[in-house]
Design a protein around this ligand. Structure first.
Ligand SMILES: [Zn+2]
Length: 123
């Protein structure tokens, strides 16, 4: 995947729901739950471990600000913050992105255990 073919490198400004100088947020195209969004560095880098110290320092602001947006619009009961890193971990787009996934009380509790549910759903 080159930067020219990367779906996250050139975001349409209408798709950006929040941003700071280094990261932007957009809705996930295939949301796991209502309000599922992605936090993505503007700079093309393959994964979270390739981000710069400046990008790492700018990430929490994005998570707290987008969480506030989700609280207003969706009033979820909880969240999963998921960073798939590498094909073996089901990363599909090789441009770093952080999933912020709202969770709701009415969702299934089977299997229980937060992140274990993501892993256990694999074949
Ligand atoms: Zn990219």
């Amino acid at each position: 995947m080159t930067e020219l073919t990367c779906p996250f490198c050139f975001p349409d400004k209408n798709d950006i729901i929040f941003q700071n100088s280094l990261w932007y947020a957009r809705w996930d195209a295939f949301p796991a739950t209502p309000g599922h969004l992605l936090v993505i560095p503007f700079r093309h880098c393959p994964d979270i471990f390739s981000t710069t110290p400046e990008e790492q320092a700018a990430l929490p602001e994005m998570l707290f600000s987008t969480r506030a947006l989700l609280e207003e619009r969706f009033t979820p009961a909880g969240y999963n913050i998921v960073i798939n890193t590498g094909a073996a971990a089901d990363q599909r787009v090789m441009h770093c992105h952080v999933h912020l996934i709202p969770r709701y009380n009415e969702e299934s509790k089977n299997p229980p255990g937060g992140i274990r549910g993501f892993v256990m759903e694999r074949p």
